[in-house]
Design a protein around this ligand. Sequence first.
Ligand code: GRG
Length: 300
Amino acid sequence: MNREQRAALLAEEMMAFQALFEPYLEGLLPGEGLEQQTVADAMRYSLLAGGKRIRPFLLVSCHKLCGGEPGQVLPLAAALEMIHTYSLIHDDLPCMDNDDYRRGRPTSHKVFGEAMAVLAGDGLLTAAFETALQARVEPALLCKAVQELGRAAGLFGMLGGQSIDVESEKKRLSLDEAQMLRMYAMKTGALLTGACRIGFAAAGVSGERLEIVTEYARELGLTFQIVDDMLDKTGDFALLGKPIGSDEKNQKTTFATLYSLEQCEALARQHTEAAVGAAQRLPDSDVLVALAEYLLERKK
Ligand code: GRG
């Protein structure tokens, strides 16, 4: 399959996935008439604001590559998107990045106030585990998959990385390259790695294939972050749905502060090649290869 054919396959797979996933997600959160309606509205507002859904797509694609059916793991995919959305709500709060726009809309705290935004994030994190456990997967495999989910989100994953990032910013310490790589591997990489590992765990695949997909996800995460840092400098608000220059405003150490844009581009290409190399060691991995190629070129 050449690059053009892979891009067409990816577009087709993403459309099919979204046709399943969006109505499923929509149906997960309660509608109207609750006493605690404001927080439920805030949860819906951010979850259904139309992100790219990369993480749930990656989870379902990895599970499919291992012989699974997308319908079995939609609850796990939704759980991962809930956790990702909670992290965006909290990351935008005044005590963190203090950003006003996300996914093309005013941020949660701008619309619902700070306390409700904190609760909406907490609500999504909690709902994630309740939802994950509804996956139609054998109990022992589901336990393993949910353990991966918790690991990816927590102290040794996304939350740990965010903590290092916030602390270095508050102390005005610039991270060196190795520290920044470790921080990003946790903050951004953990949910992408988690997506792949959850998909494999739910299909009962471990051992060498799990190691390879973990390597793929690690490289994919680095490309994703380098491109994110470049877009924060050179992106388009209308496409990104969030302001440009947030990293500079918060004096963050990023790939785009450590390196020139040309160096960032070269680095992102290297990590994409490494991700593609890893994916090609797995059977039926055209979609994973195509996703790596897409994430290198993305503009949003
Ligand atoms: C608050 C515990 C906690 C963690 C926050 C994810 C995160 C950690 C912060 C977001 C800051 C950021 C811009 C990180 C870079 C990578 C990233 C996660 C970008 C946003 O993800 P996309 O591009 O967003 O997949 P959509 O909206 O498409 O889902």
